[in-house]
Each structure stands twice: as structure tokens, then as C-alpha cells.
Design a protein around this ligand. Structure first.
Ligand code: UD1
Ligand code: CA
Length: 473
């Protein structure tokens, strides 16, 4: 742990440009809220203190922070607006005797990585500058603060877009919003700045000019890869940054041995893990804590959320959530696998089959048109086409237990709670209301009766009756 390092993550702004009921920094990119990306980077720096500064809609941010980053020190910004005030509030949670460097980032710069901050810190500490900041060049710098340099290229100041002159607006080197300060110096500089600007806010950017006035050097380092410091203020920028992150994630997995047929329609969360020789067909979404075993072929059009897929599986046109599919299994097309499904090795869940809270043993198959809810199925059993596990009596849910090597007929209803033991059969069209013992055949269909001449008598004159008459001639 770096004893002389604190990282402050600014996240107290209103985010009005998102036009959303969800706070800006809780909008997701590749499966994590932007705040999550920022805190993951901040905590990876091993600083003694990580301080998220929050205010607007803090009740929506606090549970996330407390759940995933319980070790951080949350600071609450007061009613004075602006990034400068936010840092001041952030520093106020550090102990009085703190000394050293303070890294400042924003929760709306989701692609900022640990390497970039570490190299900035290194340059800062070696150069002895009072402050070091990151800049980059954007073809369209709208919205960003512009970097003003003197003729020798030294940093002079940052002018916010709203406060910039025509000439300053033409500058396309911008402030990334990532800084390292010396703690004592920035505290002094912050106490000197006001709110005399177009926004009426206490700008953090003004601190740099104060630091120069205090006789210290400010270093502005240009980041070449401008996506790393792209800020998100609108949903347009959210989409752009999210598409770029997805492109990078896909590229990373391809280099790790995954075939991705169409990265433009394949979306992989940062939290997903894939084995070698996985193939992802177009329209695949891998979300949350999901892992895919080597050799599996996923897609086209598959969404998998918080699930484990074993090796050499085939999953086509399906939706899988909160489930485990063991190796060598096939799922789909058109399966809806809901939470709590566990399909054993070499199993099959087929076309138009919905499952939920169902443990299905190795080699067992539910190939067609069925609902399997609240069930345990043994190994190597086959569930006939069009079977409904009737688990709900209108008030409570009940369990169905089916043994191993069971063969159930087509179009069955299993009225739970019910047990069908090992090696039993059921006939087509059976409504199973009584337990079936091992090796028994269950059937409840009445013998079929054919009423001779019924159509000719009761439907005389119809095309059916005419056809029947012709057939009899
Ligand atoms: C800021 C910079 C701008 C830079 C850009 C980079 C200032 C004044 N401007 O502008 O130079 O080019 O970032 O992306 O700093 N926040 C608070 N409290 C507040 C206001 C904002 O914590 O009172 C937080 C926000 O939640 C956000 C971050 O600070 O995470 C930046 O605020 P934002 O309003 O997005 O600033 P920009 O206009 O993008
Ligand atoms: Ca911003």
C-alpha cells in the first residue's frame, strides 16, 4: 500500500446532460456502472485512501459503493458546486497529518486505466512538479476544457468551453480531467479560487493557475490513445465509449484464442471469461459473471447472463440466466433457461423449452416444446415433446422428481408434487397425478372409441362428409 497516496474520484455532479432518472455514473458500460470502472482503477493503485465524492442521488450510489468497495472513504460534497469544491470536500476526509500525492479522477472517464495513471504519477514524482495533468487531442473538442500553452509549449491554463474565446475554442488539446497534486499545495490553491465563471462553479481547473502563481511548475502530459480519457456527458458519448470498450474486449479475447465472427454484434462484459477455441457467432451477449468453456460454440443470437457453460457445448438462439450448463451439452434453438437450471454433462435442452430451478442429470434430454419448473431429473432420461411440469397450484410451487433412464410420453402433464422413479415410462397424453414406481408404465387415457358414420350423420353436407362418402364408394 502506498502510504503517501490518496485517490479522489469525483462523482457528485448532476449529470443533467444524460437526461436520465439513473445517475450518470451508474449508467453501465460493458456490464459495470461507470462508477465501477472508475473505482476498479482507483483501488488498483493501492493507495492508502480512495475517496469517492458523491452528492446528487447519493442514495443510488451508496449501496453500490458499500457492496463492492467497502474499503473506500466516501466524502459528501456540500451545496457549493464545481469540481474544485468536490476535491476540497474529498480532501476533507483525509487525516490532518496526511502528506504526499493526490490523484484526482472522475467517475465519467470509464476507460482510464491503471497504467496511464501510474506513468503520470511516476513523471510527477520525478519532475517535482506541483501538479501534473493529462491532456489529449480530439478532432471535436466540444465540451472539454481547452489547454492554453505559451509559445515555448509550457502549460499556462485551462479554459472551460463555456468561458472560451473564439481563438481558445479552436484549440483541440483538451483537459482530460485527471490530475496528480501535491496534497499541501492543492489545499492552499483550492482556498484561493472562486466561482467567477460562466457556470458559477468552483472549477478545479482554476487550481492549476493558482499553483503556477504559487511559484510551482505544472506539467501537462499528452495521452496518445484519446479513448483512455474520453469523458461521458451524454448518451451519445456513452454509446461511443461503450462501443470502443467492447471492440477492445473482443480484440483481447480474439488474441487469447476466441473466434468472434462479428465483433460488431458481439457484446462481452468485462466480467465474462472465455476459454480457448470458443466460437462466438453474431448476436451473442455475454453478461455479468459468465464463463464459457473451451471449444464451445455460442450463437447466433444468444444472451447468457451470470452463467457457467462448460467445454464443447453448443448454444443457439437462446437466453440463459443464472444457470449452469455442463460440458458437451446442447441448448436451443429457442430455449429459455431461467435461474437455477443445472444441466448435466451431455444433456440437451431443445427447441421452445423453458426451464427454471431444475436439476437435469447427465445425458438427460428435454428436446421439444416443454416447461420444466422446480424439478429434479436423473441421468439419461428423456422427456417427451410437449410436456408441462405443472409446478404451481395457484398458491404454492411444488417439486417434481424424475429418476434416471425414465421415458415419458409426448404431451404429458406432471402435476407436482410428484415422483416418477427410475426406469419408469409414461404413455403419450398422460396427466400424471400419482407417483409412478420404478419400471412401471403410467397411462390414464380412456380406450379410444370410433363412432362409425358419425360425420355422415351429424355433419351431412359438409366437405368432410362428402370426402368421407367418396372414400367409401
Ligand atoms: C471537466 C473539466 C474539463 C475537462 C472535462 C474532462 C472542470 C471545471 N472541467 O468538465 O476541463 O475537459 O471534465 O472530462 O473541472 N463533479 C462533482 N461535483 C461537482 C461537479 C462535478 O463531483 O460539483 C464530478 C462529476 O460527477 C464528474 C466530474 O466531476 O464525474 C466532472 O464533472 P463534469 O460536470 O462532467 O465536468 P465537465 O464539464 O466534463
Ligand atoms: Ca465530464
Amino acid at each position: 500500500m502506498e502510504a503517501h497516496l490518496a485517490v479522489v474520484v469525483l462523482a457528485a455532479g448532476e449529470g443533467t446532460r444524460m437526461r436520465s432518472a439513473t445517475p450518470k455514473v451508474m449508467h453501465e458500460i460493458a456490464g459495470l456502472p461507470m462508477l465501477g470502472h472508475a473505482l476498479a482503477t482507483a483501488t488498483a493503485l493501492n493507495a492508502q485512501y480512495v475517496v469517492p465524492v458523491i452528492r446528487h442521488e447519493k442514495e443510488k450510489l451508496e449501496p453500490y459503493i458499500h457492496t463492492f468497495y467497502p474499503q473506500v472513504h466516501v466524502s459528501h460534497q456540500d451545496e457549493i458546486p464545481g469540481t474544485g469544491r468536490a476535491l476540497e470536500c474529498g480532501l476533507s476526509v483525509l487525516p490532518d497529518d496526511f502528506s504526499g500525492a493526490v490523484v484526482v479522477t472522475s467517475a465519467d472517464i470509464p476507460l482510464l486505466d491503471v497504467n496511464t495513471i501510474e506513468s503520470m504519477l511516476e513523471v510527477h514524482l520525478e519532475s517535482g512538479a506541483g501538479a501534473t495533468l493529462l491532456t489529449t487531442v480530439f478532432e471535436d473538442p466540444s465540451g472539454y476544457g481547452r489547454i492554453v500553452r505559451d509559445l515555448s509549449g509550457n502549460f499556462v491554463s485551462i479554459v472551460e468551453h463555456r468561458d472560451a474565446s473564439e481563438d481558445e475554442l479552436a484549440i483541440n488539446e483538451v483537459n482530460a480531467g485527471v490530475y496528480v497534486f501535491d496534497y499541501d499545495l492543492v489545499k492552499t490553491a483550492l482556498s484561493k479560487i472562486g466561482t467567477h465563471n460562466a457556470a458559477g462553479e468552483k472549477y478545479l481547473t482554476d487550481v492549476l493557475t493558482e499553483i503556477i502563481k504559487l511559484g510551482k511548475n505544472v506539467k501537462a502530459l499528452k495521452v496518445r490513445d484519446n479513448w483512455l480519457v474520453a469523458g461521458v456527458n451524454t448518451r451519445v458519448q456513452l454509446q461511443q465509449v461503450s462501443a470502443e470498450l467492447n471492440r477492445r474486449i473482443c480484440e483481447g479475447w480474439m488474441l487469447a484464442g476466441v473466434t468472434i465472427v462479428d465483433p460488431n454484434t458481439t457484446h462481452i462484459d468485462v466480467t465474462a471469461v472465455l476459454g480457448e477455441d470458443v466460437t462466438l457467432q453474431p448476436g451473442t451477449y455475454l453478461k455479468g459473471i459468465t464463463s464459457i468453456g473451451s471449444g464451445s460454440v455460442i450463437g447466433p443470437e444468444v444472451t447468457i447472463h451470470d452463467s457457467v457453460i462448460g467445454e464443447n457445448c453448443q448454444v443457439k438462439k437462446s437466453d440463459i440466466n443464472g444457470s449452469v450448463i455442463e460440458a458437451e451439452s446442447t441448448v436451443g434453438p429457442f430455449s429459455y433457461i431461467r435461474p437455477g437450471t443445472h444441466l448435466g454433462v451431455g444433456g440437451k435442452i431443445g427447441t421452445f423449452v423453458e426451464t427454471k430451478n431444475a436439476k437435469i442429470g447427465a445425458g438427460s434430454k428435454i428436446p421439444h416444446l416443454s416447461y420444466v419448473g422446480d424439478a429434479t431429473i436423473g441421468e439419461h432420461s428423456n422427456i417427451g415433446a410437449g410436456t408441462i411440469f405443472a409446478n404451481y397450484d395457484g398458491v404454492n410451487k411444488h417439486h417434481t422428481t424424475i429418476g434416471s433412464h425414465v421415458r415419458t410420453g409426448s404431451h404429458n402433464v406432471f402435476v407436482a408434487p410428484i415422483t416418477i422413479e427410475d426406469g419408469a415410462y409414461t404413455a403419450a397424453g398422460t396427466v400424471v397425478r400419482k407417483d409412478v414406481e420404478a419400471g412401471d408404465l403410467a397411462m390414464n387415457v380412456a380406450p379410444q372409441r370410433n363412432l362409425a358414420g358419425w360425420v355422415l350423420a351429424k355433419r351431412a353436407g359438409t366437405s368432410s362428409a362428402e370426402a368421407a362418402k367418396r372414400a367409401k364408394e
